[in-house]
Design a protein around this ligand. Structure first.
Ligand code: NAD
Ligand code: MG
Length: 283
């Protein structure tokens, strides 16, 4: 199975999780992945790009020729590592630290990216947090505001600020989740934001179709990232119940973003790609 671990040792972290504290380390790019200039000289803004799926997207995009801007909350060490990995691919990486719950910061992040690279071609809305609660009565209004404030409101703010700068052929990619489709009893508010992201993707794709700006999403299943030990009390069984019988690695998700970012998907918009180890769910 290409050395992908079936089970993980128990470990726990607080949010936001740190990739450098995980064991085993997530796989960022599969051995032998060859770039072929699919994103040559493009610029991509990736929220939550310091770690996990976002880091893997950054490294894949760089291998395909893009420069990247990484927006992250506070994980400086992980962000520096991502920057190094992007630079190893011969590309530039701008790190932008701050809290996307603030609309002002969303706007500043987009402006900083555009003033640095003078263009923006791909937006990956990907930052999120989640808190498990077993009953709706335990979900405080504060938690609700935070979950929606981080997981979906910035998707609006980032796109709103970036739109005047996006040209025909630009691509917007939103990270949703398998939980949007099958529900998750312990993540009621999180699953709701992920459902909102599906609808946001569909509606925005229609709004921007006449500009030939495509809008799609990716719905990962269980993927081994810092969010996991930072969320769940136990990680031993994580991903075991998928048809493939294991969790996925970020390296197995990011190529879907490459496809949606580049011209290979020029006739695809308003769609969600399911990268979930084989779970069959509605489209
Ligand atoms: P991750 O922890 O590596 O990435 C999430 C990132 O979001 C963090 O690095 C953090 O810097 C950023 N972030 C969180 N709150 C922020 C805030 N207030 N302001 C700015 N940045 C903030 O975990 P990941 O699993 O790679 O998560 C990426 C995306 O994948 C998320 O949207 C998540 O919901 C989604 N997802 C993950 C899984 C999984 O199993 N790991 C499954 C389905 C969907
Ligand atoms: Mg992180």
């Amino acid at each position: 199975m290409d050395n992908k671990p079936d089970k993980f040792p128990e470990q726990s972290q607080s949010q936001p999780g740190k990739e450098h504290q995980m064991h085993p380390q997530p796989e960022i790019i599969q051995k032998g992945y060859r770039g072929s200039g699919k994103l040559e000289d493009k610029v991509a803004l990736i929220t939550g790009g310091d770690s996990g799926i976002g880091r893997s997207i950054a490294v894949h995009f760089a291998r395909e020729g893009a420069n990247v801007c990484i927006v992250y909350l506070e994980e400086d060490k992980d962000a520096m590592m991502t920057k190094e990995l992007v630079e190893k691919e011969g590309r530039e990486c701008l790190l932008i630290r701050g809290n996307l719950i603030e609309e002002k910061f969303c706007i500043e992040a987009v402006r900083h990216c555009i003033s640095t690279f003078n263009r923006l071609d791909v937006i990956v809305n990907n930052a999120a947090k989640q808190f498990t609660k077993s009953s709706i009565s335990e979900i405080s209004f504060k938690q609700l505001q935070e979950t929606f404030g981080v997981n979906i409101f910035p998707y609006f703010s980032v796109v709103k600020e970036a739109l005047p700068h996006l040209k025909e052929g630009a691509s917007i990619i939103n990270t949703t989740s398998v939980t949007a489709y099958r529900g998750s009893e312990h993540l009621l508010d999180y699953a709701s934001t992920k459902g909102a992201i599906v609808s946001f993707t569909r509606a925005l794709s229609k709004m921007l179709a006449e500009k030939n700006i495509r809008v799609n999403g990716v719905a990962p299943g269980p993927i081994w990232t810092p969010l996991i030990p930072a969320t769940f009390d136990s990680v031993k069984e994580f991903g075991q119940h998928t048809p493939l019988g294991r969790a996925g690695q970020p390296s197995e998700v990011a190529p879907a973003y490459v496809f949606l970012a580049c011209r290979d998907s020029s006739y695809v918009t308003g769609q969600i790609i399911h990268v979930n180890g084989g779970e069959l769910i509605g489209s």
